[in-house]
Design a protein around this ligand. Sequence first.
Ligand SMILES: [Zn+2]
Length: 454
Amino acid sequence: MYEKMDREILADLYLSRNGMDFLSELVESYGARFGGSEEERAAANFLVEQFEQAGADAAWTEAFPCTSWKRKSTTLVATEPESKAFDCIALPYCPPGQIEAPLVFLGDGHPQAYEENLEEMQDAIVMVTTATPKFYHRTMHRGEKLGRAIEAGAAGFIWMRGEPGGLPETGSARFGRACEIPAISVSYEVGHEILRLSKNGELRLKIESDNEIFETESLNAVAELRASDDNPEHIVVGAHYDGHDISQSAADDGAGTAVLLEALRALAPHKHNLKRTIRFVGFAQEEMGLMGAEDYAGKHVDDEIRFMLNLDGAGRGEKVSFVLQGWPETMEYFRDMAREMFETDISVGDSPSLYSDMYPFSARGIPSATLRSTPPATSGAPRGYGHTYWDSLDKINPRYIQGDAARVARMLLRLCTQESLPFTYKEPAEIGALLTEMGFDKVLRYEGRPVPGE
Ligand SMILES: [Zn+2]
């Protein structure tokens, strides 16, 4: 039954430059779209206009209050064994203030390194790299590495990039709130300079920050393609349109936002066939701690959201992964769907993550997944150029946006036309138990976030 619609969707997307044009305008006219900034709110209104032009039945913004942050000056200098200044950037939510303390380096931040240095970390500046710890069974996010240092009584934190290239790596220090201690980032090369200096005797570093933390509001941008009958069930698909203040944030997640818009545009002519409504959401403030998704999921938890698909990292490469968030019993259904669509490059798995906009949904028991594509290997870093100065438009091939928009539109078409869906809600406590089994309860506590169901 899908053949004719599939052909039209594919032809429409692959013959259109709309996705790339949208992305260019987003990054060139609305800058970094940093969470809580004027640019971010203007980008939300731009996205609403684009949703309307693409054929949405309705589009609007939903405002929510939030804590934002403004980058001002931050300096890092060695005071002992000699005086020396280093290039650095602050992590968002780095508070204003000044500290001077000895350095403790924990390498890639294996939990064992934290345990062995509990006393040394007290009142020290803890430096750890962005690399995945060797000989550990999972990755460790910045939020966990920083949270463990704060828990141990550190006075400051340095996030050292794990790969060469002269790039410090940004990322918010806390989830939607001021960090307790100054938190900054240095490049791999600067990190090594600091480590060399520490070989000449006790190294003391001074961090001075006059960054600003303030209260404001942000806007989620929402659009709807309505089902033909009045079935209250719907599907949410979302991407975060906000970015980091130091770059264009073209891949993370401007490209995902372009995929979102293009999926809407390609599905609009087929909406009379939909049995479930689709909500397309451009989330604000993801980079500052999933604040837009948290607000949306909280406000709409009683709506009948049958599935949530997140597009953080879609539209930036050719190898595509579709990762369920604690519904492994559903993998076979989606594998069958990929086969039926003849999308041989989609890999389907289940691996819950705490770090993007699907999490506020999965934590509430709403079946959810994330679809992303892997950028071509142009940098050895796990995030590629994401969260650095050079997450820029030049990395995006229009074909990536077209390809992922086609995958997403065809999946949504299937999810919204089948009589019944073979997956169900879970209790938040069930998700909490699953995360606890994986050791993520401790991680959430380090980050100052609740465990679902508690
Ligand atoms: Zn992202």
